[in-house]
Design a protein around this ligand. Structure first.
Ligand code: ZN
Length: 103
């Protein structure tokens, strides 16, 4: 059972505000929104994932729990790279079929 950090009264785990003193309580069940120096996220990791999709995918899987922001950036870069390659692949095949169709 968690306790209110202000007055020490016992509060329920899902309770957002203390009944005794009215202090707002931090929910431990909610995902942490704090920015960690170990978890910078950002465009750099996205770029890495885009250039090396396999590395981006691995980083996404490895860091998904410990560094969610960085993992998401790297995974998103990898996903964009895969989609880009897939789209280019489709376009190339459309061009090839169009060229053969014109013959
Ligand atoms: Zn309290």
């Amino acid at each position: 059972m968690p306790y209110c950090p202000s007055c020490g009264a016992s509060v329920k785990a899902m309770q957002r505000q203390c009944d005794q003193c009215g202090r707002f309580l931090k929910s431990k069940t909610a995902p942490a929104q704090r920015t960690s120096p170990d978890d910078p996220g950002g465009i750099g990791w996205g770029l890495l994932g885009f250039i090396l999709p396999l590395v981006g995918l691995i980083l996404f899987l490895v860091w998904n729990d410990t560094k969610p922001r960085t993992a998401k950036a790297a995974g998103l870069g990898a996903l964009i790279a895969v989609i880009t390659v897939f789209v280019l692949y489709i376009i190339v095949w459309i061009i090839i079929f169009a060229a053969f169709g014109a013959l």
